[in-house]
Write a protein that binds this ligand. Structure first.
Ligand code: IVH
Length: 675
């Protein structure tokens, strides 16, 4: 290989990197698009002619060709903690007090205030100056590898220049930050999706997180993702402060949000937080608060962390954004389980970037409590979550002739009489043949988290139900025998029918836990379905289990177990399951074979607060290793794992002579028996 070409290639890469940095990090481009494209094309040509010269850090390699089949688990070397939230000045002062109490007297404490970027957090690992892996946060201990997707983000450097200097060496280190989408880019993306008939993203955060989990890096590259980094972790280097780290990250070529401030005391912190809150609407990206970090790394180490958040940092959440609009009408929606939910039909209003025309009112009690009436002016609020809610009524704008809303007296869809259990606030339509319920069950069955039947969405389901092609979800698997009939339906071409039938066939591979979720037992969400599937391993065992056995499973309560029993006591449901079995749907868990270990068949109870993970996550680890987790201590319990502030369960274990493990002992056992 001629040395000259190699040199030429390296120079071109260096130029392109520099321009990427100027354009995507500094937002100060120094050449035009045409000139940039020319450099890129030239590099592509040279690499095509000399494939031996291609290296993974080349700017041409940002967009990989291979599809990601599954995102591999990555164990974070240092856990990715989350932050405790504060909502008021008092809570912020409390935080400062706790910090001072946690440090020796007389220490000078400084804080860094940064915007809290509303995106998806990511951890980047650089080895010898090259981006090696990128991972999602996951449960904080184990995330998923998304390197191919992150590489497409131009503000993420693939190669670092100054990672070594006489003062420091960063041969193997981690950078953490937030991947986000600018609000304007998000709107543009949604407009394109609307034109293409694709589902819209609810907000920039969801669109960033969703994009990072796409399997095709080529599609990711088309989405306008960005990064802000805020954390530098290195085992080999001792750093002084968060402030210095941010400056260092900037020097290394990363995109650091420019709004960070060093504060000498909590009053300055408060001022900085308020300053950010005021600036919020003028920023190009969404922030939902400020993050306050103790500046000194030495002090951070003294303070340490509890449960899943550090004692040295806290989030200050901004007030939710509000808007006032008119409530035109209250309608009632019927869910797949027959629950009636009141929905406020609103005069469309813009609230934090999206137009709101409907809001859920939860239930009739809520309407009464807030005395919400048709024709009222109402205050709408959108907090951290996506769903807007009505917080109050502007009473002095209420019309004289307004009347309180009446409770519903019949199903708005099928006119059947309603039922209201005494202990519940909801009204139910009890007609399981109600078209709204039929459609709702089918939609749920086909949805992403359930059987994941691509193409079988709301519109098609409505059409098929009206044409009597579908009634129960078992009918979905008969559709292949009616191919001609489907093709003759207006709007449905041969190709789309075949695609649909193929995804229906594909859905037969969904694991038992997803199937159990899909069949739509009331109160059995995706999490509960997973627990039931893990415990019982087959639908037949679940059907024959008693209510008590079901509710003895960790975090499965009596309302779930009652509902499971009720579901299987109905003949119609059992018949549908029999049909699904005949079509080849999976009704047994394919348990990963785990070799016999300490946890095999032992029964555990978790109590108190664990520092490394939540009880739920600890429970999952035990179950993965073949152990069982139960919520109450009995003679059958083998071990009680006791975290901080463990209470009565610990006493009971003591009196029954059950062995008690500290979190440390438990962690050691997990480590020794990893799968
Ligand atoms: S620091 C231990 N800094 O907020 C420190 N987080 O609930 C944890 N976030 O998971 C993170 N902007 O996704 C930090 N400037 C910032 C941030 C930030 C956004 C997110 C991050 C984290 C969550 C904390």
């Amino acid at each position: 290989m001629p040395k000259e070409i190699q040199k030429q290639v390296e120079e071109l890469r260096e130029k392109i990197r520099e321009h990427d940095y100027k354009y995507y990090v500094l937002a100060e481009p120094s050449i035009g698009d045409q000139e940039y494209d020319f450099l890129m094309k030239e590099l592509e040509r040279l690499e095509r002619e000399n494939p031996g010269l291609i290296t993974p850090d080349s700017p041409t390699q940002r967009v990989g060709k291979d599809l990601t089949k599954d995102f591999k688990p990555v164990t974070h070397k240092v856990s990715m903690l989350s932050l405790a939230n504060t909502y008021s000045e008092e809570e912020l002062f409390d935080f400062d007090r706790r910090v001072r109490e946690g440090l020796p007297d007389g220490e000078i404490i400084e804080y860094v205030v940064e915007p809290k970027i509303d995106g998806a957090s990511v951890s980047l690992n650089y080895v010898n100056g090259y981006l090696k892996t990128a991972a999602t946060r996951g449960d904080g201990t184990v995330g998923e590898e998304i390197t191919a997707n992150v590489k497409t983000i131009k503000s993420v450097p693939l190669k670092l220049k100054n990672y070594k200097s006489p003062e420091f060496e960063l041969n193997d280190f981690e950078v953490r930050g937030e991947i986000f989408m600018k609000v304007a880019d998000f709107h543009k993306l949604n407009e394109e999706r609307e034109k293409a008939g694709d589902k819209l993203f609810a907000n920039p955060r969801n669109s960033s997180a969703g994009t990072l989990k796409l399997q095709d890096p080529k599609l990711v590259a088309k989405r306008p993702l960005n990064i802000f980094v805020y954390f530098l972790i290195s085992v080999e280097e001792e750093f002084n402060s968060q402030y210095d780290n941010l400056l260092m990250l900037k020097k290394l070529g990363f995109n650091v949000n420019p709004e960070f401030k060093l504060c000498k005391n909590i009053n300055e912190v408060l001022k900085a937080c308020r300053g950010l809150e005021q600036k919020r609407d003028s920023l190009e990206y969404e922030i939902d608060g400020a993050v306050i970090k103790v500046n000194s790394i030495r002090q951070q180490k003294i303070l340490g962390s509890i449960a899943k958040s550090p004692r040295w940092a806290v989030a200050f959440k901004f007030k939710a954004k509000q808007a006032i609009t008119k409530l035109n009408k209250i309608t009632w929606q019927v869910s797949r389980t027959g629950t009636l939910t009141p929905v406020a039909e609103l005069e469309p209003v813009l609230l934090s970037g999206s137009t709101i025309s409907r809001a859920t009112l939860h239930n009739f009690d809520e309407i009464k409590r807030k005395d919400i009436r048709e024709g009222d002016s109402v205050v709408l609020e959108k907090g951290g979550d996506v769903i807007p809610k009505i917080v109050s009524v502007v009473l002095n704008e209420r019309k004289k002739n307004s009347r309180p809303v009446k409770a519903p007296d019949k199903c708005p869809v099928c006119s059947s009489p309603l039922f209201k259990p005494e202990e519940e606030v909801a009204y139910y339509c009890e007609n399981t043949e109600c078209p709204a319920q039929i459609k709702g069950r089918l939609e749920h069955f086909a949805s992403r988290g359930a059987m994941d039947i691509e193409g079988l969405g709301e519109a098609l389901i409505n059409l098929f139900v009206e044409k009597k092609l579908l009634n129960t979800y078992a009918d979905i698997y008969e559709l292949k025998n009616r191919r001609q009939e489907l093709i003759s339906i207006e709007r449905l071409g041969e190709k789309s029918v075949d695609n649909l039938l193929a995804s229906i066939e594909e859905s037969k591979k969904q694991p038992f836990a997803k199937v159990l979720f899909a069949i739509g037992i009331r109160y059995v969400g995706a999490g509960a379905a997973k627990k039931l599937a893990d415990h019982f391993q087959s639908i037949d065992k679940l059907i024959s289990a008693g209510e008590e056995e079901i509710s003895s499973i960790h975090e499965i309560g009596p309302s779930i177990s009652r509902s499971v029993k009720k579901f299987f006591s109905e003949d119609e449901n059992v018949k549908i399951i029999q049909r699904l079995k005949k079509y080849g749907i999976i009704f047994t868990a394919q348990k990963k074979v785990v070799k016999e270990n300490f946890f095999t068949n032992k029964s555990f109870v978790l109590t108190g607060t664990l520092a490394k993970f939540s009880r739920e996550e600890a429970g999952e680890k035990i179950m993965l290793l073949g152990g069982k987790v139960s919520s109450s201590v009995s003679k059958k319990t083998d071990y009680v794992v006791a975290g901080e502030n463990a209470g009565s369960k610990l006493n009971k274990a003591g009196s029954l002579g059950v062995k008690i493990l500290s979190e440390e002992e438990f962690l050691k056992l997990l480590g020794d028996n990893s799968y």
